[in-house]
Design a protein around this ligand. Structure first.
Ligand code: FAD
Ligand code: DLZ
Ligand code: SF4
Length: 509
């Protein structure tokens, strides 16, 4: 009689709570299932990444002497579901108990809770995060809205990260004001470390092309690490070559530069190949050694210790109701070019192209290009969420949903963000060089060549006037709107409607 330890595809770490006290006779179960691979049309690279990383992790566990029962996607008896595979494993191994770490997503946690298995099951807390769900709930109690900044300061104090006694290093909690520089014209971004697929990954690429030909994006070229050793190399490369400039150019976007100075670490963090603690401590050590400036290191640590922990806390506190909120009553369809990339709007074309090729886009591209456009257009949150959940390598609902629903779409009515991140073409022109190669002109407000972000921006303010006008952080744009003539307002609404018609999404409007 033994213990069956069930390890999911985003739990690929020997430090998982489910493996804590693993003993010689135990069986570690890992299953590739069609249900997880196809509940949305995941980017092909995401499937390659997860399956290949799972296969490598299973091999590492076997090499370390553990007994691994691995069910591959095309195994003849594979039932295609977590529940079915667990039931089959119980029949095979007759364990005296099952141990699993809680699932990262509400959807899967519901499955766990509904399991009626012929065996006792212990569900353990996921200890990879700095903040437990209970810690976040205690912090959030009694607050009307949850601002990341205050949660982040609490975690800085709790962890001691970038703290000098009781004070934040450098005398300030947040150096964001220094992190919005535009890229100098001749600045070259570092060449990024890519990992050639090994035999296991090549086999998985073939599997994915065979089984999921209609899924989003290109499976190749595949350059992501699929092992802990590879992920550690990627971290080292980021610390040495990118972190010093990470802060300065965090918000910049440049055509032809897919990655700039970003970490490219979220895929590894989210499936367990890297841990949040080791990544934050490693970045802090770069500051301590004088190899990276404080604005870069604080900015980077805030993304992980602040945003990442915060969105997870918010997700678990607010689900399942959170997903159903639609505070701006947005109902329109997602334009079809989000799938094809075929559009005259160069900024969107560029970001969708990067996404299709690499299953990656950095934060500002997700927030201010594809996100901002969906917000201004009034896309139904459910539709844009599905898009984000399937197109990125790092996408899991616990982190995608608050970012899309709260940060991008303001669908939670301001629980996460104090105001919508709505911006016109001028912002995109300032933070990128996308407008140079565009059919449209960000300086034009009317006419066939006027940047559509401009009329959509003002139209968004008009459509949401009742809902947003009272928000003190929206006072400036609404003061400008108030100065507009009725004729100009009508013209904006007509231009926005004409543009929606042009891109084929006026059916429900
Ligand atoms: P870097 O810029 O190097 O940042 C360092 C790390 O900070 C990231 O690896 C990530 O772990 C963390 N981080 C940064 N911003 C956030 C954030 N807002 N929320 C949570 N963690 C953050 N991140 C995901 O991991 N999965 C998602 O599905 C996801 N969906 C997003 C959808 C939208 C609309 C937006 C605006 C953001 C989303 N993010 C998501 C957050 C962020 O864009 C990515 O974490 C980041 O782009 C990953 O690239 P990087 O590792 O190069 O990040
Ligand atoms: C993302 C993913 C995919 C595509 N496939 C699998 C799989 O076949 N088996 C598995 O254990 N995990 C997979 N994953 C990761 C899961 O979706 C993830 O563990 C859950 O969504 C967590 O809630
Ligand atoms: Fe995007 Fe408008 Fe600039 Fe074109 S002009 S790249 S649509 S912001």
């Amino acid at each position: 009689m033994s213990t069956l330890r069930f390890v999911l595809g985003d739990q690929l770490s020997s430090e998982m709570s489910s493996l804590r006290d693993v003993a010689a006779g135990d069986v570690i179960l890992m299953v590739e299932v069609a249900e997880e691979a196809s509940f949305v049309r995941h980017h092909k690279q995401k499937l390659v990444f997860v399956f290949s990383a799972m296969r490598h992790f299973a091999q590492e566990l076997r090499d370390a002497g553990f007994n691994v029962d691995y069910i591959a996607l095309e195994d003849r008896q594979n039932s295609g579901t977590f529940t079915g595979e667990l039931a089959r494993a119980i029949a095979r191994h007759r364990p005296e108990r099952i141990i699993v770490t809680e699932a990262s997503e509400w959807r899967v946690m519901q499955m766990f809770e509904n399991w009626a298995l012929d065996c006792p099951i212990e569900i353990r807390q996921d200890t990879r995060f700095y903040a437990s769900q209970a810690f976040f709930a205690a912090w959030a109690k009694g607050r009307k809205n949850y601002r990341m900044e205050f949660f982040y300061r609490e975690l800085r104090r709790k962890t001691g990260l970038l703290m000098e006694r009781d004070e934040p290093a450098g005398g300030k909690w947040n150096f964001d004001a220094e992190n919005r520089k535009t890229l100098p014209k001749n600045l070259a971004a570092p060449k990024r470390l890519r990992f050639a697929p090994d035999a296991i990954s090549l086999e998985v690429i073939e599997l994915v092309e065979r089984q999921f030909p209609r899924h989003f994006g290109a499976a190749e070229p595949f350059g992501w690490a699929v092992t802990r050793a590879g992920a550690l190399e990627a971290l080292e490369h980021f610390l040495n070559d990118c972190l010093p400039s990470f802060g300065d150019f965090q918000d910049a976007m440049k055509q032809g530069e897919d990655f700039l100075f970003h970490g490219l670490l979220s895929p590894y963090l989210n499936i367990g190949l890297l841990g949040a603690r080791e990544v934050c401590r490693a970045a802090e050590a770069e500051y301590a050694a004088g190899r990276a400036p404080l604005n870069a290191v604080e900015g980077f640590i805030r993304q992980i210790l602040g945003w990442r922990e915060y969105v997870r806390g918010l997700y678990w506190l607010e689900m399942p109701d959170y997903a159903a909120k639609n505070a701006l009553e947005a109902q329109r369809d997602l334009p079809s070019f989000y799938w094809s990339g075929e559009t005259n709007l160069n900024c969107l074309r560029q970001v969708i192209d990067i996404t299709r090729r690499t299953a990656y886009a950095h934060h500002i591209q997700r927030l201010m290009i594809t996100g901002n456009f969906a917000l201004l257009l009034g896309v139904e949150p459910r539709q844009i969420e599905e898009w984000y959940l399937l197109v990125y390598l790092d996408a899991y609902e616990w982190v995608e949903l608050p970012n899309v629903h709260g940060m991008v779409m303001y669908a939670d009515g301001g629980l996460l963000a104090s105001k919508p991140y709505a911006a016109s073409g001028a912002y995109i022109n300032r933070m990128s060089d996308y407008c140079n190669g565009c059919f449209y002109d960000p300086a034009l407000k009317t006419g066939a060549r006027a940047c559509p972000f401009n009329s959509l921006y003002w139209n968004f303010l008009i459509e949401n006037e009742k809902r947003l006008k009272g928000n003190p952080r929206m006072a400036m744009p609404y003061a400008s709107l108030a100065r507009m003539t009725a004729a100009r307002r009508a013209e904006i609404q007509q231009d926005a409607a004409a543009f929606r018609h042009e891109i084929g999404i006026d059916s429900k409007s």
